[in-house]
Design a protein around this ligand. Sequence first.
Ligand code: DX5
Ligand code: ZN
Length: 213
Amino acid sequence: MVQIAPSMLAADFLHLEKDVELVNRYADIFHLDIMDGTFVPNISYGFPIVEAIAKQAEKPLDAHLMIVHPEKYVDRFAKVGVDMLSFHLNAVENAGQVLAQIRAAGMKPGLAINPDIPVSRLFPYLDQCDYIVLMSVFAGFGGQKFIEATYDRLAAVKDEVRRQGVDCLIQVDGGVSAVNAAKLVENGADILVAGSAVFKAADPAEVISAMRI
Ligand code: DX5
Ligand code: ZN
């Protein structure tokens, strides 16, 4: 069964409580996009918002770090109650070390790549990851258009996960909606991240349920 992870970047920050309750009620995971203005050309939000969400969240928190030096903040994310922590492969010198650091801090480690990085670069790390974040847009902004080449990349990662026999989920992030959800699941997606499609909809609960099919 696919899990739906609404991206809180698209939430209504003036009424955050309402959107947190929506995820508690209808979705599976809170996706928290952390951007530093250096690894990506945008700044999102930081610890005060993550802490506020953590206080009210009844579902696991998944922080997606789009920052340089993610290794510096691993302990802080563990402390605020994050359950799943991902970073970008090309943001670090030694991805294996950072994955191990995240696990040692008691969280599930995830490894992310942008659409221009060959998926084969993930393969040496699959056995250390609880999940892969396969970007279907270039990290940095919500509301971008889904890149169609993602389907083939996803299928290639899924094949390799099966070949290696590892327990590694695949999360697809960017431009995901009820329109492409079914095809993504067919091609091997285990977790779908969706920001705009959920929070900009007239009926977010209905969109979440449509994405489960
Ligand atoms: C992009 C972020 C995504 C984004 C998804 O840098 O990692 O999680 O918020 O938003 P939508 O679903 O609007 O593309
Ligand atoms: Zn994200």
